[in-house]
Design a protein around this ligand. Structure first.
Ligand SMILES: Cc1ncc(COP(=O)(O)O)c(C=O)c1O
Length: 367
C-alpha cells in the first residue's frame, strides 16, 4: 500500500539540518519557551505580515485560546461552518459558547458568506471561518459583515499555512488567525504544535499569559490559563521547514494542477476563487461514484480518505444542539461525495497520472 502522505521523503531531504538543530537543543537542555520559539514566532510574523505570533501546543489550543482571549464564553454564539474538522467546534464548546452553523458554498466548500447575516442574533459574538483544504474563505465579505454587526473574526487557518487572497496571507485578515502544525499539515512538526497570530497587542499579551498557566511572572498567576506552549524541539524543526514552505506549497499546487487537468472532465475538481492562492493541504474531488472510486484505488494499493464523512451538525457529540439531517444540504451532499487523493510536495507526477487513470477507468465502467 502506498502512503496517503509520505513524510519520510521530506525528512530525508532536510535530515542533516534537523538532526543538527535537535542536537543543539538537547545539548542546551532548554526545552520550553526558549530561543527557537522566540525566533520562530518572529519568522512567522514576517512571513504572514502580522504584528504578533504566539506559539502554542496545537491548532485546537490555538482556537480555544483565541476564543478565551476575546472573552467569548457562556451564552455567546459563534458562527461557523459545518464542514470542518471537529476541533473547530470543540474549541467553541470548550469556552461554553454555542456553535451556530451556516451552510457551505458549492464551489469551495467554505462557509457561504451570503448566508451569514440571517444567522446573526443579539448573542452572536464572532464569526469563525475555516479555510478548508487550504482554500481561502471569502474574508472580504466576512470582515464586512463583522464590521457591520460589531463581531470578532477568528480564522481557522489550520489547513492553510501560506494561502493568500490577493497578496495577503490567510490568518492575517481576522482579529486572530489560528494555525496547526500537526505533522501532515502544509507546515508540520514532529508532534503537535500550533500558532496564534494577531495585530492586536492587548490580545497578544492576554494569549501569552493564558498559554502559560495564566502567569506573567514566575509562580504569579493572574488567570486560570492552560499549559499550551510550543516546545523548543518543535519550534526548531518548524524554523527549518518554514524556509522551504514556499517550495512545498508550490509543489502541492503543481500536483493539484496536474490532477485537475487529467480529471476535470470526469469528476468535480477543486476550484480556486479569483485572486486567491490555494495551498492544497488536501486535493479533494467530488463524484456520485465516490465509493466506487475509493474501492478501485484501494484494490490498486492507493489510499484515499473521506474528509469529512459526517458534517459537524450531525455528529453525535453535538446532538444536544438539536440540528437534524437536511439542515445544511450542501455540507451533507459534499460529505456523501467528497474524496481526498494523495497529495504532498514530493508526490511523483507519475503517481498523479496513474491515480487519475485508475479513476477514469473506474468511471468509464460505471457510465
Ligand atoms: C480545520 C482544522 N481546525 C483545527 C485543527 C486542529 O489542529 P490540531 O490537530 O493541531 O489540534 C485541525 C487539524 O487537525 C483542522 O484541520
Amino acid at each position: 500500500m502506498k502512503p496517503f502522505i509520505d513524510l519520510k521523503e521530506q525528512y530525508r531531504n532536510i535530515k542533516e539540518e534537523i538532526l543538527t538543530c535537535i542536537n543543539q537543543i538537547l545539548e542546551s537542555s532548554h526545552y520550553i519557551l526558549g530561543e527557537n520559539v522566540r525566533q520562530f514566532e518572529d519568522e512567522v510574523k514576517s512571513y504572514l505580515g502580522v504584528e504578533h505570533a504566539i506559539g502554542v501546543a496545537s491548532g485546537t489550543d490555538a482556537l480555544h485560546l483565541a476564543l478565551r482571549a476575546l472573552d467569548i464564553g457562556e451564552g455567546d454564539e459563534v458562527i461557523t461552518t459545518p464542514f470542518t474538522f471537529f476541533a473547530t467546534v470543540e474549541a467553541i464548546l470548550y469556552v461554553g459558547a454555542k456553535p451556530v452553523f451556516v451552510d457551505i458554498e458549492d464551489k469551495t466548500y467554505n462557509i457561504d458568506s451570503s448566508k451569514i447575516e440571517e444567522k446573526i442574533t443579539s448573542h452572536t459574538k464572532a464569526i469563525l471561518p475555516v479555510h478548508i483544504f487550504g482554500c481561502p474563505a471569502d474574508m472580504k465579505k466576512i470582515n464586512q459583515i463583522a464590521q457591520k454587526y460589531g463581531l470578532r473574526v477568528i480564522e481557522d487557518a489550520a489547513q492553510a499555512f501560506g494561502a493568500k487572497i490577493e497578496n495577503k496571507r490567510v490568518g492575517s485578515f481576522g482579529d486572530i488567525g489560528c494555525f496547526s502544525f500537526y505533522p501532515s499539515k502544509n507546515l508540520g512538526c514532529f508532534g503537535d504544535g500550533g500558532m496564534i497570530v494577531t495585530n492586536d497587542s492587548e490580545v497578544a499579551e492576554k494569549i501569552k499569559v493564558l498559554r502559560n498557566h495564566g502567569s506573567k511572572g514566575r509562580y504569579i498567576h493572574e488567570k486560570v490559563g492552560l499549559n499550551s506552549r510550543l516546545d523548543e524541539i518543535q519550534a526548531g524543526v518548524l524554523r527549518i521547514k518554514l524556509r522551504h514552505i514556499e517550495h512545498y506549497n508550490e509543489q502541492r499546487r503543481r500536483k493539484a494542477a496536474l490532477y485537475t487537468k487529467l480529471l476535470n472532465e470526469y469528476v468535480i475538481t477543486p476550484k480556486e476563487p479569483e485572486n486567491t492562492h490555494h495551498v492544497y493541504h488536501l486535493y479533494s474531488i467530488r463524484s456520485s461514484y465516490r465509493d466506487e472510486i475509493k474501492e478501485t484505488l484501494l484494490r490498486h494499493g492507493i489510499p484515499s480518505v473521506v474528509y469529512y464523512p459526517v458534517p459537524m451538525h450531525l455528529q453525535k457529540a453535538v446532538s444536544f444542539l438539536g440540528y437534524r439531517e437536511g439542515d445544511f444540504p450542501r455540507a451533507e451532499a459534499v460529505s456523501r461525495e467528497i474524496l481526498s487523493l494523495p497529495i504532498y510536495p514530493e508526490l511523483p507526477d507519475e503517481e498523479v497520472y496513474e491515480i487519475s487513470q485508475m479513476i477514469i477507468r473506474c468511471l468509464q465502467k460505471n457510465f
